[in-house]
Every structure is written in C-alpha cells, then in structure tokens.
Design a protein around this ligand. Structure first.
Ligand SMILES: [Zn+2]
Length: 337
C-alpha cells in the first residue's frame, strides 16, 4: 500500500456529513455515564460490551445501539458524548461536520427534547470544528410521532439546520413521511434521508420525488438502476457513503467489493463518512484508509472526495469556497504520488 497516499488522505481537510452522534458512544463512555446516572447495564465490563458489537445486519445493530443510548439522561451526557466525537473529528482533520441526532430515542425514555438539543448544541458551540445539527426521524415509528417530535423541536429551531430519516429502512419507505417532510420544507429546513442502503433503488427515487431531499444518505444501491444513476449524476445529488458501516452490516461482503470507485466513475458526488463510528469501529479517517487500502483509488480520487465533502455540505457558498480553496491548496503540494 502507498503509505504516502494514506498519509495525504488522513491529513487532508475534509467535511463529515453522515454521523449519528448516538453512534459515537464508545463503550468506555457508556460505562462512565451508566455509573454517573445509576443506569444498570446487562454487560459486566467494557470488554463484554465491545464484544457484543458483533451484529450481522441493520436490525441487530439497532438493537444494541438503542441499548447503548439508554445511559443518556442529562443535558451534560449529550454534551460529553458530542465533545468526545468532535475531538475525534478534529484529530481526523475534519473542518466541518453535520451531525445527526435521534430525539425520539431519548424522548421515548422521558428525556426532555430541550436537554438533548441543548447538550449537543453547546458542545458544538464550544468546539473549534464547525458543526451543525440535523434532526432525524426514526422511520420505524409513526408519521404521527414524527410530527409530534417536529413540534417539540420547533422552540429550538435555531439550533438545527435540517431533518433526516434513519433507522430500519426495509418496510418503511420514504412515502410514509411525505407530509412530515413537506412541513419541514415549508419551515425552510434542509432535507436528507437514508435510502438505498438495505432498501431498493425505488426508495431513492421516492426520497427524491416525494420527500424532495437535497442529499441521499448511503444510496450505494443506486447503481442497480442505470436511469437513476444518470439522474443522480446530472442533478449533482450527493451520496453520503459510509464504507465501514456497509461492510459491518453486510451491504458488501468485503471492502474489495465496495462500489465507491464505481460511484465516482459514474460521476456521482460521493462522500466518505463514518455513520456510527463507535459501533463500526472507525471514525472518518479509518473509513478513508479502509477504502484506499482495498480499492484502486489514487490521489485524484482523494482530491475529489475532499472536494465533494465540502461541496455537498449545507454551508453557505462563501464558506464552501473557503474550504474548497483550502483543499486545492493542500493538493497542489503533491505533484506525483
Ligand atoms: Zn446512517
């Protein structure tokens, strides 16, 4: 492996656009928060909990993900979780991150939504990494629950920039949330949705046509549909790809079979992200390294992925231009690798 290329990829300025903050909860922090809050855990040690991260599909992952989130009770817990992620992001040369959070995972346990949003937002404000928040609706819950969550979140409207759709994809198509997304659109919120991870390309079409999303989260199955792929390319619709997540959840059996290179070759605005880094055992740089070690990706691909990450962000254009110039200046230093 070209170690100089890996070094370049790790040190390049980048944005992260697909990270669930609850998925950054490391076993050590879960144990510390469980102790602080007096929450009983069914695992005797940090190692036992880490060993239990041996899930085999999206649903078995989600089962342990929600168990881990059960230790989050106070505003400070949300602050500590977010601050820990932002420190990791900074170490990975992330300049800007758009963080997903799942309020329903917490409000269902009686945690006030204000404590969730304020804790996460305060950690973002205290960080020198640029960070904004995207509220995600859990798609396995009802439309009614999503509307209630949106209403509860509106007093904090200035603290999040958009909404997304996550959790179990199959059996919960985008059209279930068409009216919720229409309302969010009226409110001027940015719109994204998970689609085409475990679900079929039809879910990507529905996210585009019915939810009017501005980015597709995952979307790797779009290549199964040639017309859809052409459309996504022509609309410059970004895909937030999460390589380690895709392997861990068996979307691809091995990183050698991942379609990141084909997505780029098809002219798609693909980006690299960590999804749930504690559970998939890798923050954003680990995702880049895993992909570059297993796929025939080169310096031009690294440059393109760094540019894509900022171009696909919801930053104001002037901010995007500043970061894109930083990326170009960084890569100008490397003539031949
Ligand atoms: Zn995700």
């Amino acid at each position: 492996m070209n170690t100089q290329l890996l070094h370049i990829v790790q040190n390049m300025p980048k944005a992260e656009l697909h990270i669930h903050i609850e998925g950054s909860l490391e076993p050590e922090l879960i144990f510390a928060l469980a102790q602080r809050n007096g929450v009983p855990l069914s695992y005797p040690s940090v190692d036992a909990l880490r060993a239990a991260y041996d899930f085999h599909d999206l649903q078995s992952f989600l089962d342990i993900y929600y168990a881990g989130a059960s230790v989050l009770l106070k505003e400070q817990d949300f602050y500590d979780m977010t601050a820990a992620y932002l420190a990791k992001a900074k170490a990975d040369h992330v300049r800007h991150t758009e963080i997903f959070f799942d309020p329903q995972t917490h409000t269902a346990r009686g945690v006030p939504i204000g404590d969730v949003i304020n804790g996460i937002h305060r950690a973002c404000a205290d960080s020198d990494v640029s960070a904004t928040l995207i509220l995600c609706f859990l798609r396995h819950l009802s439309e009614e629950d999503a509307f209630a969550t949106l209403d509860a979140a509106l007093p904090y409207r200035d603290k999040f920039i958009g909404v997304g759709l996550d959790s179990s994809e199959v059996g919960h198509p985008p059209e279930k949330f068409e009216r919720v997304f229409a309302r969010c659109r009226e409110l001027g919120l940015h719109l994204v949705a998970h689609a085409g991870e475990e679900g079929p390309p039809a879910y990507i079409r529905a996210a585009l046509d019915l939810l009017h999303v501005e980015r597709i989260d995952h979307g790797v199955r779009c290549l199964e549909d040639v017309d859809l792929t052409r459309r996504i390319a022509s609309e410059k619709m970004a895909l937030t790809v999460c390589p380690l997540s895709n392997i861990k959840l068996r979307v691809f059996d091995h990183m050698r079979e991942h379609n990141l290179l084909q997505l780029l070759d098809a002219g798609l605005v693909a980006t690299v992200n960590s999804d749930d880094p504690a559970y998939f055992r890798g923050y954003v740089n680990a995702n880049y390294v895993a992909a570059f070690e297993s796929l025939p990706l080169g310096l031009q691909h690294a440059h393109q992925l760094a540019k894509n990450s900022f171009a696909a962000s919801f930053l104001p254009q002037a901010e995007k231009d500043k970061y894109l110039a930083e990326v170009d200046a960084y890569f100008a230093a490397f003539d031949v690798v």
